[in-house]
Ligand binder design. Sequence first.
Ligand code: URA
Length: 217
Amino acid sequence: MTVQDKQKALKVLNNKLAMDTSLPLKATATNDVPGEGSPEAEILFVGEAPGAREDALGRPFVGAAGKFLDELIASIGLKRADIFIANLIKHRPPGNRDPLPEEIEAYAPYLEKQMSIIEPKIIVTLGRHSMQYFLGEGLSISKIHGQPKRRNGRIVMPMYHPAAALYSGNLRPVLKADFAKLPKVIKLLEKGEDLQLVETPAVSEKQKAAESQQSLL
Ligand code: URA
């Protein structure tokens, strides 16, 4: 797909999101927060769900956590326009509560479609929910953060959520160090070099279902 085709496809998808009244958090949300960035991004960041400021502005990561994310992106010489930022959930959960499994499932076809359009080289998951969506249950973020994994043909690098670093300051340097690894990992992927990644266990049923549903969007 050309960049124009990708741009157009993302716009069509955002219009579908705007009209999709079946989505569980649509009625309580002020704005859709589909995500934003380059349609040709090599890096796709996937957070959890929009918060109050994101809901008010219709843009991802524009609150306090977003400010730190911007700082992290800048620390590897990139800008928001170079990457793509999305969330598992495209509407704010009331009171910023954790998303329910059925909500993650309901929004997953939108995320899957975004990935099939953008075709990023690497997906950086921000926080536990996003890590679990891509890599499955039972993994500990404290053990695998900053380590690229291959799953279902995708390269996924789990990282802490930037909001976690706002509460516990000792995570700031951890996130910075994980970000610092990204350019090197991408260079290796571009060269087609084997990262010697271990394939993690089979895709979850949830993800399989979402992948098949994205083709309907
Ligand atoms: N936290 C998230 O996970 N996503 C946002 O867009 C904002 C805060």
